[in-house]
Design a protein around this ligand. Structure first.
Ligand code: ADP
Ligand code: NI
Length: 226
């Protein structure tokens, strides 16, 4: 059981938000479904228990972090903060609280290999680390191939090299094969985690992905040469 310091009242507000987010994510694909949100929320609360930060902001931002993802909202970038403010306003939360949560929601996403992350608060660092840990390891591999499969992309195309995206737009509209996504994002995440707890947890997740990609090339090259 993860230790936290939320009051009964805060827990009841959290429950209301969980139900609302779960309903919004019903029917979403496995790369971005309610289970992803739930795992990120659990990871974020675990990181908070080790690293500190405001548990209410972390709890809310982790539940809302994908509320208006560009891959699901028709391609609008950076729309999550607006939707977050709307939802929290409707639920009667104070503007100052909603603004802090919205800032994290807008800042959490990976925006391309060539774009540095800015995370000035521990709350932002924790929610981003939690989201990234769920993109790594066994679940990260499963999510990547689900994502590629849902768009009918090949696992791999020899000679189609990864790119070092310099803008969020270039990253978000790229349609290359799924193995490239490991080089363009997943294998870079280990060095882009912020907190020590996430860095420790990320090591074995990273190793599994690196071994997987090596084995993939090994098997691919064997079959094309035989
Ligand atoms: P974040 O949660 O940082 O915003 P994304 O929304 O970019 O991450 O990605 C959500 C999930 O879909 C992740 O597991 C990610 O690895 C996967 N994904 C995103 N883009 C691709 C892609 N081009 N090919 C394969 N998987 C992808
Ligand atoms: Ni996410």
């Amino acid at each position: 059981m993860i230790q936290h310091s939320l009051s009964e009242f805060q827990l009841s507000q959290l429950e209301i938000l969980k139900n609302l987010v779960e309903a919004r994510f019903s029917g979403h694909g496995a790369d971005h479904d309610w289970y992803h949100i739930e795992r990120v929320h659990q990871l974020a609360m675990y990181l908070q228990s080790k690293e500190g930060g405001d548990p209410m902001i972390i709890a809310f931002a982790s539940l809302l972090h994908d509320i208006s993802d560009h891959k699901l909202n028709g391609g609008i970038l950076n729309d999550g903060g607006r939707v977050t403010r709307q939802i929290l306003g409707d639920l009667g939360h104070e503007e100052a609280f909603s603004a802090k949560v919205a800032e994290i929601v807008d800042g959490v996403s990976f925006k391309g290999a060539g774009i540095p992350d800015t995370a000035s608060t521990i709350e932002m660092q924790i929610v981003r680390d939690a989201d990234r840990l769920d993109a790594m390891g066994a679940i990260g591999i499963a999510r990547a191939f689900h994502f590629g499969g849902s768009r009918n992309r090949p696992f791999y195309i020899p000679n189609q090299l990864p790119s070092d995206h310099k803008t969020f737009e270039a990253y978000s509209t790229d349609k290359s094969h799924t193995i490239n996504h490991f080089h363009e994002k997943l294998l870079l995440l280990k060095d882009r985690l912020h907190t020590n707890t996430a860095k420790e947890m990320g090591e074995s997740r990273h190793r599994l992905m690196a071994d997987f990609v090596d084995a993939f090339y090994h098997d691919w090259n064997f079959s094309s040469e035989s």
